[in-house]
Design a protein around this ligand. Structure first.
Ligand code: GAL
Length: 792
């Protein structure tokens, strides 16, 4: 049976590469070699204002690799790398055994007998070139994001028997999709299986293959006899058998928010086991929009970069999965993995929670001229599709370099390849120019037309999204999806003025509204979920694009509520006033218009305990359906709030009503003060056996729990307990010699976050925090780190 060992720990890292490393195994020079764990970033960065070239260098990773005895046995050892930025050369005992170009796709390297020492320790060395090599996408010109560096995803050693699985394609299909009656209905479906079997020793004869399918309402098993070709008729060491096509009844549909998954297990006798989770769903982009499981579904979502402050891309998968959770929590049903394939376990998690994914090949605007560069684009298409083929969340393959110009030759090839590898899914290709050549199945467009306020003179800001005919130039409707809007058109910091943050939210509302109104738009994925570090050609000079509806620390800005307020109140009642309720924040001490984002029937505003009238509307302030015809839940807008400089000033309360009953109330302090420090972990337990991480959010609120957007303060943290790794503005050993850590973080706009990673040791990590200058603001938190995985 295949034996898998995860090589997370016991690595040594050197921020340079020397030829001499090939011959040495000594890592004891602490000046040169640092003990590290994976995922690892080649250079930890400050949150902002760093040199954007800081990660571009060649480094070395090495570790000891013990291989079991077995040179006489028919077995194969291979290393699997999930992602190394950007070019990797792998050496075993000083002999190069493989290399890989491209930082976003996985690769495997077989350990050949000529280099491997079976039953002994082996010297594994990886030369990692994190330079922006112009022979590889996305490089060759400027890029609006950082690509970081290092072995930033996991590595595993696989000891495989003579026969083992390669890529396994599982294609579920619903028998009569036209008869689906609602997302909870049970259906009959088919499954086509295409397992690739590696047969490096060219075995011939019959081999049993066992299949088991397990999931809601289904327990199925079947055995097959397959005939190994063993290189007959010029065949190679890899054989693909097609097990066509199995019918199953009583299947639960996979749908948005409904991750009904079925585990498919394949066994090659005692030689190898493969398993993957699949889902049955029927979906299609058509000229009239997107349909899933027999219904029209407007797609509303955000783009996601996989980067984090300090750690760059090197964040364990479990913490990345928390990003996915924010999407449904904030009313989104689709995510675009801009602009590259993201962590495999991130996509698998989207499968689990029923979040749709549009994933795409690496690239940004530029198409390299060389044949080598363009060849790499095709490799990326192949590797992206083969890795994520079985994921029901993936509904569209992006086979164009994001926002690149038309290129018939290249994009004919990427589309052909994608359709050949995966006839079950449609292709998209993100462009930003009109009248582009449509070679893909779906015209996916970054539509940055919204360039002003709703009431701005001269027609500016009038249009939130163009009609698809204006964009495509075609005289007929085609499948169409907006893949970006807003972003650089209106960058907004978490601590910007209230008016700017409000306008940011309003622009997102307007795009969502326009997407709902345009019947032929499948929907809109806006720019973007999280602020991100970027190159100096972009961003606010601080190496941050403040384009997120969340900041880099995953704290929501007002704009995040534009999405969340569209949720069905049965799932979550939302009421968010876009105000810090202060008289002196806006020009001329204006306090209106006050936008309240909510999903109630109407709201009421009380000032100093007194119920207010909203102009002629009376005291029930209804959603503005005149301004927002398409939104499921338009905001209420209180145009005028009487407020005079020099008058007494008090607090307010906003209440939301559904069906005549008060369902939510928010109090706004007239005299807010920094009242509480919240120290909240996304996950209060971590596994020790594999590196896992949790974000710990630091937020100061006022006496009513509201955030304080203009609070900039330092937080001092003390961390004790088992060995962990931490990311914060600064991390240093505690001076008392206890082995603990002292951390600093800076509240930006009233909040911040740090990350803690397990490092192989179990125990209780204790964290104590205090806000500098505010003696009352202290908090404590414990994180349990367990040897086994114990859910909270
Ligand atoms: C787009 C691009 C994104 C990001 C965005 C900012 O042109 O595709 O990667 O740069 O602009 O709004």
């Amino acid at each position: 049976m295949r034996h898998i060992k995860y090589l997370d720990f016991d690595w040594f890292y050197c921020p340079e590469f020397r030829e001499a490393f090939l011959a040495e195994s000594d890592c004891s020079d602490a000046e040169l070699w640092q003990s590290v764990q994976l995922p690892h970033t080649n250079a930890e960065l400050p949150g902002s204002y760093f040199d954007d070239r800081a990660c571009r260098f060649v480094s070395a990773y090495r570790r000891n690799l013990w291989l079991p005895p077995g040179q006489d046995a028919q077995r194969v050892a291979l290393l699997r790398f999930e992602g190394v930025m950007n070019y990797a050369e792998i050496y075993l005992n000083g002999i190069q055994i493989g290399c890989h170009k491209g930082g976003y796709t996985p690769f495997e390297v077989v350990l050949p007998d000529s280099a491997a020492h079976w039953g002994e320790d082996n010297r594994l060395l990886v030369r990692v070139d994190s330079g922006e090599r112009s022979d590889t996408p996305p490089f060759g010109f400027v890029i609006d994001y950082l690509t970081y560096g290092g072995i930033y995803r996991e590595v595993s050693l696989h000891i495989c028997e003579a026969l083992h699985f390669g890529v396994v394609k599982l294609s579920p299909a619903i028998s009569e999709p036209q008869n689906i009656r609602g997302k909870d209905s049970l259906v009959s479906g088919w499954l086509r299986l295409e397992p690739e079997i590696a047969n490096p020793f060219l075995l011939k004869g019959q081999q049993q293959l066992d299949l088991r399918i397990l999931g809601p309402g289904v327990e199925f098993s079947q055995s097959y006899l397959i005939e190994l070709q063993g290189g007959r008729d010029g065949g190679g060491p890899t054989e693909t058998c097609i097990l066509d096509s199995l019918e199953l009844d009583g299947l639960r549909l996979w749908d948005i928010g409904q991750g009904n998954l079925y585990e498919v297990e394949l066994r090659l006798g005692e030689m190898d086991r493969y398993s993957a989770k699949i889902g049955w769903r029927d979906c299609h982009f058509g000229p009239e929009g997107f349909r899933i499981n027999g219904r029209n579904q407007k797609l509303i979502g955000l783009n996601r970069h996989q980067s984090y402050p300090y750690a760059g891309y090197a964040m364990p998968a479990n913490a990345q999965q928390k990003d996915a959770d924010l999407f449904p929590e904030y009313g989104c049903n689709i995510l675009r993995t801009s602009h590259y394939p993201q962590h495999r376990q991130f996509i698998e998690y989207c499968d689990e929670i029923g979040l749709l994914v549009f994933t795409e090949i690496p690239g940004w605007q530029h198409i390299g001229e060389s044949a080598e560069w363009q060849e790499q684009v095709l490799c990326d298409v192949r590797d992206m599709i083969l890795r994520d083929y079985n994921s029901p969340s993936v509904v569209l393959w992006g086979v164009r370099i994001n926002e690149s110009p038309d290129h018939s030759d290249l994009y004919r090839k990427t589309n052909e390849l994608a359709r050949w590898l995966d006839p079950t899914r449609q292709t998209g290709g993100v462009r930003c120019h009109n009248n582009s050549e449509l070679l893909e199945d779906v015209y996916t467009m970054n539509n940055f037309v919204l360039n002003g306020r709703i009431d701005e003179g001269g027609g500016k800001g009038r249009i939130a999204l163009n009609s698809q005919q204006e964009i495509t130039g075609l005289d007929h409707a085609v499948p169409y999806l907006v893949t970006e809007s807003n972003g650089h058109m209106f960058p907004t910091k978490a601590w910007d003025t209230e008016e700017r943050r409000t306008e940011h939210a309003v622009r997102h509302l307007r795009v969502i509204d326009a997407a709902h109104i345009a019947r032929q738009h499948s929907g809109s994925i806006s720019w973007c979920a999280f602020d991100y570090n970027t190159h100096h050609e972009f961003g606010a000079g601080d190496k941050i694009c403040h384009h997120g509806v969340f900041d880099m620390y995953r704290e929501p800005k007002f704009a995040a509520w534009a999405y969340r307020s569209q949720k069905d109140p049965a799932a979550a009642v939302v009421l968010e006033p876009l105000s810090c309720w202060a008289r002196g924040e806006r020009d001329e001490c204006r306090m209106g218009p006050l936008w309240v984002l909510h999903n109630c029937d109407y709201i009421e505003l009380y000032i100093n305990g007194k119920l207010q009238n909203n102009g002629s509307q009376g005291h029930k302030i209804y959603p503005d359906r005149g301004l927002f015809r398409g939104l499921p839940h338009p905001p209420s807008i209180i145009r005028q709030i009487d407020s005079l400089w020099g008058e007494a000033f008090g607090g307010a309360e906003i209440k939301g009503y559904i069906g005549g009953t008060e369902v939510v109330a928010r109090r706004l302090a007239g005299n807010p003060s920094a009242d509480r420090l919240l120290l909240r972990a996304d996950q209060t337990w971590l596994r020790a056996a594999r590196p896992e991480a949790t974000r710990i959010c630091l937020r100061v609120t006022d006496q009513f729990g509201n955030s304080l957007p203009f609070l900039m303060a330092g937080v001092h943290l003390r961390l004790t307990g088992p060995k962990v790794q931490a990311y914060a503005d600064e991390v240093s050993p505690l001076s008392d010699g206890s082995g603990g850590w002292e951390l600093f973080s800076t509240l930006r706009g009233g909040s911040s976050a740090i990350w803690l990673l397990s490092a192989g040791e179990a125990g209780t990590a204790e964290l104590e925090a205090r806000v500098i200058g505010y003696p009352k603001l202290t908090a404590r938190l414990q994180i349990q780190i367990n040897l086994e995985s114990v859910g909270a």
